[in-house]
Ligand binder design. Structure first.
Ligand code: GLV
Ligand code: MN
Ligand code: MN
Length: 436
């Protein structure tokens, strides 16, 4: 698709399309809130309430239950869901011209362990709500519309992230379907949620599969909240490198092994954790690095750790900077291994590419915010999103709404109900503009 074709189809040359659908068509804010509250039950800690957050790990029983709830919403909207080969949920609302590619929009409903009730849930339920409200108002767009709920977006499958969208876009690495987490291979996990991964090749989303992809999401940082700005228009999403690190020492008696004779894998892991922080903060820039997952064996108070597995998550807009940091960390790991008499093996298990949002889609989102009299600003995304996988397939744009205190991946994650509705309405009007 040429830039001009995209611009024309988005009516940017002919003025805003939103007026045709009524100046103030809106989603039902009360219904969206009620649905977010209802979804939060699936994966809620026993005896807890909404403020205790959620653990809805991709492919888990809680995830299955949450997906069933989302499928019920699709039915309530008098629409039919289709599960693709990777287990992603697609919901199509026909347009006037069936020959045109759809406008695709959505997010995910799986969560991190002890996560919040807005990350992914908002963009997913808002997408279904938009189709419902258009149906209720008898609005048929020129292009088909398609809502999507991606499966297992979070890095809960061996630290790998964006599983459903990468699988849909043909971006899984060789052998990735055979990886095992929680007793199931990725292949089996996709089947568990209704996918048919043997058919991934056939169903792959290729260039032209959609006209544009949009995702509404909470910011997960504090910029909008601090400024009191309602809408963030994402300019680009950071690249992410993930490393799986195994440190092998020797398990031995904590009381009888002299300090000098130890091969303590946990001491090596502690040093490596500090090295990640040191190297990442050594140069100016917005790069970040995190050791967030540790498995210690045998993890007993009176045994020196014989083996540790840990994760390193590095992010920046520059892929080159991430590579450089990875190499520097690898070199320091060798030195730590020698000094602690351990072995350290670093394996890079993922690289998610930096993705730029389409300038045309950004303009559409800006117009929608203006149409709704909402303040807005442009900003980058430090979190990864399925949108960055879709950016390799077609034009992509993201809408952010404020996260109170910039807190996310925590039960304390909170976005005001009004902000949720504002974001959903900006998505609605952006979709109307783009779909013509
Ligand atoms: C996804 O939420 C991530 O940024 O890790
Ligand atoms: Mn997340
Ligand atoms: Mn998310």
């Amino acid at each position: 698709m040429t830039r001009r074709e995209l611009l024309t189809s988005m009516s940017l040359l002919a003025g805003s399309r939103t007026a045709r659908a009524g100046p103030r068509l809106e989603i039902s804010a009360a219904r969206l809130r009620e649905q977010l509250e209802s979804l939060s039950v699936y994966g809620r800690p026993a005896g807890g309430n909404f403020s205790n957050g959620v653990s809805r790990i991709g492919y888990s029983d809680a995830d299955l239950a949450g997906r069933k709830y989302a499928l019920g919403l699709v039915e309530a909207a008098h629409l039919k869901a289709r599960i693709d080969a990777a287990g992603n949920i697609f919901v199509r609302k026909a347009g006037k011209d069936a020959a045109l590619s759809p406008v695709l929009f959505g997010s995910h409903i799986d969560s991190v362990p002890n996560g919040g009730n807005f990350d992914g849930d908002l963009g997913s339920l808002a997408a279904i709500e938009i189709l419902r409200v258009l149906g209720e108002n008898g609005i048929v767009t020129r292009r088909p519309l398609e809502a999507v709920v991606w499966s297992c977006e979070e890095a809960t499958f061996n630290g790998n992230t964006l599983n459903g969208s990468r699988a849909a876009a043909g971006k899984l690495r060789p052998g990735e379907l055979d990886g095992i987490s929680r007793g199931l291979t990725l292949f089996e996990s996709m089947r568990r949620i209704g996918g048919d991964p043997a058919r991934l090749d056939e169903t792959q989303l290729r260039s032209g599969a959609f006209h544009a992809y949009l995702e509404l999401h909470i910011e997960q940082g504090g910029t909008l909240d601090k400024e009191g700005t309602s809408i963030g228009i994402v300019e680009g999403i950071v690249a992410l490198d993930h490393y799986d690190v195994v440190l092998t020492g020797m398990a031995n008696h904590a009381g009888t092994t002299p300090m000098a004779d130890r091969q303590d894998a946990l001491v090596a892991a502690a040093q490596l954790t500090l090295v990640v922080r040191e190297l990442v903060t050594e140069e100016p820039g917005r790069q970040v690095g995190t050791v967030g997952h540790l498995e210690v064996e045998p993890n007993a108070s009176n045994v020196i750790a014989g083996r540790v597995r840990l994760s390193i998550d590095l992010r920046d807009l520059s892929t080159e900077k991430l590579q450089r940091l990875g190499e520097a960390i690898r070199a320091r790991a060798l030195a730590i291994a020698a000094q602690t008499k351990t072995q350290i093996v670093l394996t890079q298990t993922q690289h998610a590419e930096t993705a730029l949002a389409s300038p045309e889609v950004q303009t559409v989102i800006q117009r929608a915010a203006e149409h709704l009299d909402l303040s807005y600003r442009r900003l980058p995304s430090g979190a990864v999103h399925d949108a960055q996988v879709m950016a390799a397939v077609g034009p992509m744009g993201m809408i952010f709404v404020p996260s109170e205190g910039g807190i996310s991946h925590s039960p304390k994650e909170l976005t005001g109900w009004e902000d949720c509705a504002r974001g959903a309405n900006v998505l609605l009007h952006s979709v109307l503009t783009i779909s013509g």
